[in-house]
Design a protein around this ligand. Sequence first.
Ligand SMILES: [Zn+2]
Ligand SMILES: [Zn+2]
Length: 148
Amino acid sequence: MPYSERTGNSEIGRNPGKLSTWRQTGRPVEIRYDCGEMQWLWCWRCKTEMPMLDEVEYLEVYRLYGECMSATKEFRQRWGIPLEGMEREMRFKPLLDRYEQMTGMTETNPNAVMHHRLSLYGPPCESCGKPLRSPKAKLCGSCMAPRT
Ligand SMILES: [Zn+2]
Ligand SMILES: [Zn+2]
């Protein structure tokens, strides 16, 4: 992708200063789905902390995911994806590139991107601090402490 296109892309609807500051916010974990800052949460699927997408970011990525899935001829031509013999990484490149732009995290698995959605996770466990596996979880999937 030409440099100018990348730059143009990353600035649409996004405060360019945000990405440089997210790492410095050492505030305690709060559930703030719409705060606009990248949040890192423990992901029980990846077994590590991962950047989580808020709803606005997720919607954009979700739309790209759908387009990558169908990978129409127009779509492939737009992104320069070959029509034959597509690897998964190649096919989902627009999605993975966008995730990297948003989070600074290089990801090669489109399915991992799709489960890094902030609203899928519950509040932090009061015992171990890891996020509950869903907003409705009754106990912590990591330490099995019941939700209080
Ligand atoms: Zn994950
Ligand atoms: Zn716990």
